[in-house]
Design a protein around this ligand. Structure first.
Ligand code: GZL
Length: 328
């Protein structure tokens, strides 16, 4: 297991590398052969779960890249529970991994277990979602999207494309307490609050899950006969809501405008079919970048502590031309 402090790493590498190479040459009888510094990386990944197409695409991206790089990759699915992720992190520490990748299901409650990783000298790379902590030293870096901006982009598209004196919106929220649910709600509201003819009449969680999105939309349609817009924090819930809207005899994308985030392939297909009006991209394809960052952290090389992905906006004016190039 490599230790983490970059100063120690730099010193260690400078002083030890020639000695290690000499030792390996003596032991293996080969002069200047294998590079001892290139031992197999052992990385633990505490994933949220498998709640959405986005999530499984994210898992695949990491697992495929780990395989390509010959990393000893220890994957643990939290199955939607923080306690499972905390248990996985403790297990990675006990196994002496070199680095931990964490996609934290919610923002709070991580300090104790991250302190244990820090005491063990194991750096933590936050991927996808951020945490709420006063101690920034508990993680080495963050790589993910700007969820507040995603919410703003969704609302901006709505105020530019949906007309009416009194536009009523229902919001399908993601997992309560998660960074994407909190931030996508805040970013959307920031723009809506500047336009008095737009009103959010309901905002409830469907946990990023398709079946929950369908159930929630069914109940909202029973409560309200005048819904103009559905703003969904992810495509899975939007696709579930579409099932409920159609079951109610209404036309999604026409009778009720649908705006969603993630931009999975199935959502692109729904946009082309006229059932979703706008999707804001949130790429799950972190694999190559995550492992590049992990290697820099472990090698004591300079790296960006915060890497924010670029997200696009797609609607019925541009979805058809890019759908074939989409990778998730
Ligand atoms: C966003 C990610 C969210 C996706 C959902 O980066 O955390 O979690 O928007 C996923 O599809 O479940």
């Amino acid at each position: 297991m490599k230790s983490y402090s970059s100063q120690f790493m730099t010193l260690f590498t400078r002083l030890a590398a020639p000695a290690m190479l000499l030792a390996s040459a003596l032991l293996t009888g080969c002069g200047g052969g294998g590079d001892a510094a290139n031992e197999q990386l052992k990385i633990g990944f505490a994933q949220v779960g498998a709640e959405s197409v986005w999530r499984t695409a994210n898992t695949d991206s990491l697992q495929n890249e780990a395989k390509k790089r010959g990393v000893d990759f220890k994957f643990s699915s939290g199955e939607g529970k923080q306690e499972n992720q905390i248990r996985a992190i403790r297990s990675f520490v006990a196994q002496g991994v070199d680095l931990i990748i964490l996609s934290p299901i919610v923002e709070t409650g991580w300090d104790p277990v991250l302190k244990e990783a820090k005491r063990a000298g194991i750096p933590v790379l936050l991927m996808d979602r951020e945490i709420d902590t006063a101690d920034e030293s508990l993680y080495a870096a963050f790589i993910g999207s700007d969820f507040v901006e995603e919410g703003r982009l969704a609302a901006q598209w709505m105020v530019e494309n949906v007309k009416g004196d009194e536009v009523k919106i229902v919001e399908l929220e993601g997992t309560p307490g998660s960074a994407p649910a909190i931030d996508r709600q805040n970013g959307f509201k920031e723009v809506v609050d500047k336009h008095s003819n737009f009103t959010i009449i309901e905002s409830q969680s469907a946990n990023f899950r398709r079946s929950d999105g369908k159930d929630l939309m069914e109940s909202l349609l029973k409560l309200h006969s005048d819904i103009d817009v559905v703003y969904s924090h992810n495509d899975d819930m939007a696709l579930g809501a579409i099932q409920a809207i159609e079951a109610a005899g209404l036309k999604p994308g026409t009778d009720i405008i649908i705006i969603s985030i993630d931009a999975i392939k199935e959502a692109f297909e729904a946009v082309v079919a006229g059932k979703i009006n706008c999707i804001v991209e949130c790429t799950p394809l972190f694999g190559p970048l995550a492992f590049d960052m992990a290697e820099k952290i472990l090698n004591g090389e300079p790296y960006e502590r915060r890497v924010v992905m670029k997200d696009g906006v797609f609607d019925q004016t541009n979805a058809a031309e890019v759908i074939d190039s989409r990778k998730y």
